[in-house]
Design a protein around this ligand. Sequence first.
Ligand code: YH5
Length: 279
Amino acid sequence: MPLMMQCGRFELNLERPLVMGILNVTPDSFSDGTGELSIQRAIERAYKMVEEGADMIDIGGESTRPGAEPVSLEEEIDRVLPVVQALQDTGVPLSVDTFKPQVMRAALASGADMINDINAFRAPGAIEAVVNSDCGLCLMHMQGEPRTMQLAPKYDDVVCEVTDFLTQRVEVLEQAGVAPQRVVLDPGFGFGKTVGQNYTMLRQLDTMQVKGYPWLLGLSRKSMLGHVVGREPRERVAASLAAALYGLEKGAHILRVHDVAETVDAVKVWRTIKDESFV
Ligand code: YH5
């Protein structure tokens, strides 16, 4: 049986690695107060990523970044919905990065194909918000909450604890009536883990199997890479590619990345190396 994932309007073939482009919708210094400009820029950026070969787009209102201050519900909806609506015809699935059930409902009503929840649908009402749809679901592991999770991450065995957590969450969702083909799992690099714990998970990803569920990895530009190469986030492209390809070798299916064009090239070469019929 080929590995497929149900993702709203799309049925994804996970036999080959997919590249998910990160789209942050944040008011920036160029913002005009209404947020209209940042929304316009996000839409342009999304079209560029699709041109570069992105298989899907992950739209985020930025409330989930480590150390980030919480964003209000209204603010998040106002940032994310216009982008989901504007990107309906890109031809790729649209994911929304949120842990708020009200944002999930609004996003799905506006045409989102997937909900990417760093909280693994633990918020009251989160499962109910997605159960009666056919959207894809990303369940991520996080210890603590974004504002404080990096202060003192603590595990006896990070690999076992992350695997056990995701196994439990998958069971809760299955019990609630979520079809397994809708689900992808994520160990949550940088979400309540030390640099060493992040590398331990990446190294042992192949031992972290949860009932054959596929993996999505978010390694792009993260501090675990900055720690090694000593560069600012924008200068971590090569570091991100090295980690991404190692992740593929350890069985990952979807790569959540900032640098779509570079990742698409790297994945092409990785696939060619793996293709024994290419002689
Ligand atoms: C993830 O891993 N991450 S938001 C710090 C960085 C670079 C990137 C300074 N949402 C994930 O991307 N969703 C985020 O270096 C996510 N998996 C899933 N599923 C944080 C982020 C970032 C933070």
